[in-house]
Design a protein around this ligand. Structure first.
Ligand code: DHB
Ligand code: MG
Length: 229
């Protein structure tokens, strides 16, 4: 309803608070030119993720859903010397572009892009002893958010911060039709609803969600701190 205003304010905030960033501009341009869907986070959201990682003192980050690597770069920039980030992407051509983007951001030695469905890669990571991660950003297909949360907990320690993107979806999660398996969104809202239900029933986390508005419309981030394992 107020989308133009939210977008203008997003621009105002970014112009004031985010320094010019030719590297990230080039990443967005390359992602656009390659035909990636325009579903990445906004610059202000990237800065929020970077600040959360820094506030948390994260040395290791796991990301589910790389797309073109834009959020990956924001998160990786928050890491101290010697920090590491693993990002999981199902689509090989997204992963290839993300790897190129991450290299042009000078982060090739910090970030590992792993190609494949995350529900396959996550157990592999667990088997490799890759965790625990200090922070986990879940931003892949919403239908699998419940499984992603379960695996995130397997790759967590007490104190891990789990962030989930797109947990409001302009209110679509409230639509009762979300529970109908034939609903046209293909199970997105149902996946997010199961994610909330899991969080609610999960004694190992302390969680909330914050609604956001901006250039990407009305959405939100879930924040869950692992408090026990
Ligand atoms: C959409 C937005 C996202 O941030 C995402 O992770 C997936 C899809 C969307 O707007 O459709
Ligand atoms: Mg998202």
């Amino acid at each position: 309803m107020n989308h133009d205003l939210w977008t203008a304010l997003d621009g105002y905030i970014a112009e004031h608070l985010l320094p010019p960033d030719p590297v990230l501009d080039a990443v967005l341009a390359a992602s656009d030119a390659a035909g990636l869907p325009p579903i990445g986070i906004t610059p202000n959201q990237g800065k929020l993720l970077e600040l959360l990682a820094r506030i948390h003192g994260a040395h290791s980050i796991l990301e589910l859903g790389t797309l073109g690597g834009y959020s990956t770069i924001w998160l990786a920039r928050a890491l101290p010397e010697g920090g590491r980030l693993i990002t999981l992407e199902r689509e090989p051509h997204y992963a290839a572009l993300a790897s190129a983007n991450i290299s042009s951001a000078g982060l090739a030695d910090t970030v590992q892009v792993r190609v494949g469905p995350a529900l396959q890669t996550l157990p592999e990571l667990h088997g490799e002893g890759a965790g625990p991660f200090d922070m986990i950003f879940i931003d892949a297909d919403k239908q699998n958010y419940p499984g992603y949360l379960e695996w995130s907990l397997e790759l967590s320690r007490v104190g891990t911060l789990i962030v989930g993107d797109n947990v409001v979806r302009a209110g679509a999660i409230l639509d009762p039709k979300a529970e109908d398996p034939s609903f046209e969104d293909g199970g997105i809202a149902a996946g997010v609803r199961r994610f909330y239900e899991l969080l609610a029933a999960e004694p190992r986390v302390s969680a909330t969600a914050i609604q956001t508005v901006g250039a990407k419309g009305h959405d939100g981030f879930a924040l869950a701190l692992v408090t026990a394992l």
